[in-house]
Ligand binder design. Structure first.
Ligand SMILES: C[S@@+](CC[C@H](N)C(=O)[O-])C[C@H]1O[C@@H](n2cnc3c(N)ncnc32)[C@H](O)[C@@H]1O
Length: 351
């Protein structure tokens, strides 16, 4: 199986799967990737994935999916991890490896999937930026490119607080610079999502996959996901378009009420676009922001360069995500920085 596969590359991918602080916070996942780094079956599985999805998270999610579906060993093991009841992460990682050796197909048959983690915490950042961009407008449209299950199309449905208040839907966000969260958010006319693989929270398989993509040691994210699933039927409707940014952005914009500002959003999507598609997407949005009633919010890794916005090397070190806004009628500028899951937000003075 491994003859033509690049196992050295796969080893590096497992090795760098987590930042040092994640290793401290996630003892089970840390033990798992460390074990996989030295295991030929685990290396071969990762090396066999199509290059744009060759991400250790896909292997980890496939294993948790088997657990969620009731695998006799992985089911109880992951349940223990999700409830913080695991006292031997190394031993647990060895048991997972035994399953992988015995039945690699548990993972192999899921490798057609994509990691599509839909992180509601980003809505805390979206609320702050969208309120700012909307200014005095009482209504807007929102188009989300790379929407996954469209959870952040309902960015306005989440309470945001500086501290946990016991409500699983509450997004806890530390505003490191002042953010006025008391001003009402604009009414959203149209909510349109674009994704090559849109997921449906009402579909069992899609829902389990989204849950499998969450790290099992982060209990709060699991509780919040369950609360989102329960609340979603009561939230406003969204239109989901299946296709890539290149294929469906124009149509998504045409579905919006052109009397209102349309805000296009992409959060943690740019890495999934090919270089050509990314450049085309960025220049199309810059044009739309110049010529149409459109604004654009991009929240991506600081390694994603948006034309006109300087690179800040310091951001790489604190693993901050960059918030860039464009238009209406103004060029792209850095609005601020945030945690990748929206746990903190910092507005830069230049905006
Ligand atoms: C990491 S997920 C992020 C989902 C969501 N934006 C969030 O922040 O929670 C990336 C999403 O981008 C989508 N995607 C991948 N290639 C794409 C493309 N060419 N055009 C639009 N979306 C794409 C994936 O299917 C996936 O749902």
């Amino acid at each position: 199986m491994s003859d033509s596969l690049d196992l050295t590359d796969a080893r590096k991918r497992y090795h760098f799967a987590f930042a040092p602080e994640d290793h401290d916070e996630l003892p089970f996942y840390s033990a798992l990737v460390t074990t996989f780094e030295d295991d030929e079956v685990a290396l071969s599985l990762l090396a066999s994935v199509r290059v744009e999805q060759r991400n250790p998270m896909l292997i980890l999610a496939a294993l948790q999916l088997a657990g969620l579906r009731g695998h006799p060993v992985l089911g109880p093991l992951y349940e223990h991890v999700r409830h913080g009841r695991l006292d031997d992460p190394r031993g647990a990682a060895e048991r997972v490896l035994e399953v992988l050796h015995h039945t690699p197909d548990v993972v192999a048959k899921e490798l057609w999937r994509s990691t599509q983690t839909n992180e509601p915490g980003r809505s805390a950042v979206l609320q702050a930026v969208i309120r700012d961009l909307a200014g005095d407008r009482s209504s807007i449209n929102v188009v989300e490119v790379g929407t996954s299950a469209g959870i952040n199309l309902c960015f306005d449905q989440f309470p945001v607080r500086p501290r946990d208040d016991g409500n699983p839907l509450t997004l806890v966000c530390d505003d490191l610079t002042p953010v006025d969260r008391s001003r009402p958010l604009p009414h959203v006319h149209q909510r349109v999502g674009v994704d090559p693989y849109p997921l449906d929270l009402g579909n069992d398989d899609d829902r389990l996959w989204l849950k499998a993509c969450l790290w099992p040691e982060q209990r709060r994210r699991h509780d919040r996901f369950d609360a989102v699933v329960a609340a979603r039927p009561t939230w406003p409707r969204a239109t989901m378009l299946r296709g890539t940014a290149k294929e469906r952005l124009g149509e998504a914009l045409s579905l919006c009420d052109d009397g209102a500002l349309t805000i296009v959003v992409n959060t943690w999507v740019a890495f999934y676009l090919s270089t050509d598609e990314r450049l085309e997407y960025f220049s199309e949005l810059a044009r739309r922001c110049r010529d149409d009633n459109v604004a654009w919010v991009s929240i991506e890794s600081s390694r994603i360069h948006i034309p006109g916005v300087d690179v800040d090397e310091a951001a790489h070190h604190r693993a901050a995500s960059q918030v860039v806004v464009t238009g209406p009628d103004s060029p792209s500028r850095r609005w601020g920085w945030c945690h990748a899951h929206g746990r903190w937000l910092e507005r830069t003075t230049e905006s």
